[in-house]
Design a protein around this ligand. Structure first.
Ligand SMILES: Nc1nc2c(ncn2[C@@H]2O[C@H](COP(=O)(O)OP(=O)(O)OP(=O)(O)O)[C@@H](O)[C@H]2O)c(=O)[nH]1
Ligand SMILES: [Mg+2]
Length: 199
């Protein structure tokens, strides 16, 4: 089964995107498989609302391991299953928490095997924390080289985001950028078309 991986900085909206996108594709409930760095695998069944309450947070590094769901998407006249994997957010510095360092290593490990990369940035704060040593730049460079990559400019519902879209396009000129609101589902139609083309 083809695997799409969602990467980005902590708090960019990766988990919110994964769960609301699962809802957009027609899932009312999801089975989330958690895979830790040391190989422990557990699975939990949630309604989408329950999962959002438990797995999303305004506090950084809520997600600390790989969280996968198998979803169905229409490709032409057939429905195709694919795996959507949410990951531990990446920061530039060496984090003091060993669990988070291992979670970040897991994210980077998975990137090499992913069939398609969904990179999410929080447009409401971009480019405040961005420069050329930035991890977003690394995701972009790697994604472009793999040729299986989209950049989601998230949180477009927030006023600060609108004026930053031009800056994002200038910083990442070769990316296919889709403005989205993971919270409200804005832009999901375009994301669905793009994912369906690439899995
Ligand atoms: N306004 C707005 N808030 C959003 C949007 N997407 C996510 N958020 C909020 O941003 C915060 C972080 O969302 P998460 O989905 O948990 O972020 P994450 O990237 O998974 O974060 P980590 O697991 O810590 O790496 C939460 O408070 C969300 O409600 C959006 O499109 N618009
Ligand atoms: Mg998360």
């Amino acid at each position: 089964m083809r695997e799409c991986v969602i990467v980005g900085k902590p708090n960019s909206g990766k988990t919110m995107f994964a769960l609301n996108f699962a809802g957009y594709l027609g899932s009312k409930n999801v089975d989330v498989t958690f895979r830790t760095y040391d190989g422990l695998t557990t699975c939990r069944h949630y309604s989408i609302d329950e999962a959002k309450r438990e797995l999303c947070s305004s506090t950084k590094h809520k997600t600390r391991c790989l969280q996968s769901m198998v979803l169905k998407i229409a490709v032409g006249k057939t429905a195709v299953n694919f795996k959507l994997t949410d990951t531990c957010g990446i920061v530039e510095h060496i984090h003091q928490d060993e669990g988070i360092r291992k979670g970040m290593a897991q994210t980077i490990g998975l990137l090499r095997y992913a069939d398609f990369i969904i990179h999410i940035v929080d447009l409401s704060i971009f480019p405040k924390y961005a420069d050329h040593t930035n991890v977003d730049q690394d995701f972009y460079n790697y994604g472009i080289s793999k040729n299986a990559y989209i950049l989601l400019a998230n949180k477009v519902d927030l006023p600060a985001a609108k004026e930053n879209l031009g800056k994002l396009s200038a910083a990442f000129p070769h990316a296919s950028i889709i403005p989205v609101s993971s919270l409200y589902g804005q832009g999901f139609k375009e994301v669905k078309l793009c994912v369906a083309r690439n899995i």
